[in-house]
Design a protein around this ligand. Sequence first.
Ligand code: CA
Length: 535
Amino acid sequence: MIQRLFGLLALSLSLTSFVFAADERPNILFIFSDDHAPHAIGAYDGWLKSVNPTPSIDKLASQGMLFENSFCTNSICGPSRAVIQTGKHSHKNGFMNNGNSFDWNQQTFPKLLQKVGYQTAIYGKSHLKGEPQGYDDWKVLPGQGLYYNPDLKTPDGVKRIDGHCTDVVTDLSVEWLKEKRVADKPFILMVQHKAPHRNWMPAPRHFSLYDDMEMPEPPTLFDEWKDNSPAARHQELEIDGHMDLNYDLFVDLTADYDQPASQKRQDRSAWKNMQRMSPAQNKAWRDFYGPRDEAFHKANLSGKGLVRWKYQRYAKNYLRCVKGVDESVATLMDTLAELGLDENTVVIYSSDQGFYIGDHGWYDKRWMYEESFKMPLIVKWPGVTKPGTKNQDLVQNLDYAETFLDMAGADIPEDMQGKSLVPLLKGEGKGKFREAVYYHYYEYPSVHMVPRHYGIRTERYKLMHFYQFDEWEFYDLQEDPDELTNLYKSESHQKLIGEVKQELKDLQAEYEDTSMEAEFSAEKKKEFWGADAGK
Ligand code: CA
């Protein structure tokens, strides 16, 4: 017995010394924002590039690898984060829509990293409810959190911290790097910003940014979705029809939380933020938006002129929030250099999904169309990843957990569903990394009214099924990158569509997704879509 105990002790000592001796293993700094579309990053060459929205993120791209075909599996905040924590699709990790709660007792990558000796911390937006597990330190926003002087849940209870949320999260992360990091352990630090999530409320120092210029307009600002399935005509995320002048665009916005609702599913966070502002923040707000609101009323706009004005104010506020995130990236990079950590730290920039910045006339996300399906992904790995490279492989947030574990030299559990990106980062990718990616969105009927759909995207084609209504769309992304011509009923494409449909079924079998089996009826279709239901 005693011998056996000694044996175990010796074994555990040797394991411990193996784990701690290494430590060539890289640190990982994961900078993650909310709703930051790739096309609002200069390095991604989108139509907003001329605005130069993200010089610091662009610099990171010049030092590492930018993934051009990076996608989410389910384009919405909480589910995207759950996929990252688990390396599993929504139907496997159980967090399918924002109404669900995340089961923190399940296997997650931070728990596995702790086991191999990594120090772990997360600050900012978790959006997974409950207390984070697997993190040595955490301070997270309750739910969506506030932009101004936010409350944060911490292991010691709720604390309020003064400042704009992006700066608060950056400061907590810098403080952790400087004061709480254990010198002889590798770490993963998750810096998770709320910005630029709705209601797009910037830090006061960014109010006047872009004020003296016109934002370029997206080519599809006035899309009428004529060729789409009825799903695209029955949503509630139009700049024209649904974006609210008051609580989305701040016209005459006050802290009066009880003002009457102008829409059935409105977002009240603008008022909560106004209530939370300090007198100085409130004065800066009034001084900036007040005169511009007055000018707006005088102009008495309507029709396309009003849509254009709404787009301008929306895009500017969104990019003002992005600017705060970009400054955070610069601060964190400077901090790594100051601490001598820049040579052995992988720095990753990503966001939970893409977003419509007026594309197709919309705001928000949810769809499998490119603008919200794509996620930014930029990885700087000094000495490993060739600076300034661009990768075209089909990758997903499903791959992040596996990638972190691989970087740390830890085993990747067999029940994770993604693949490590490490070979791609090392420039070792031979042949196709993946033939196609799978997508499944669940939140309907709900805010913005985007129907449930699943789909497949290959290098060239995309097939989507709005299965509650049995409506399909098929796009040739090479010929039609803006997805304006639905080819699902095209005679000449039927053979191809049949093949892609089979690939989709194969992927559903591979990922064991049977979660679409609750179908809607023909009556429901009529109730939601009226005359369009018969088309
Ligand atoms: Ca989001």
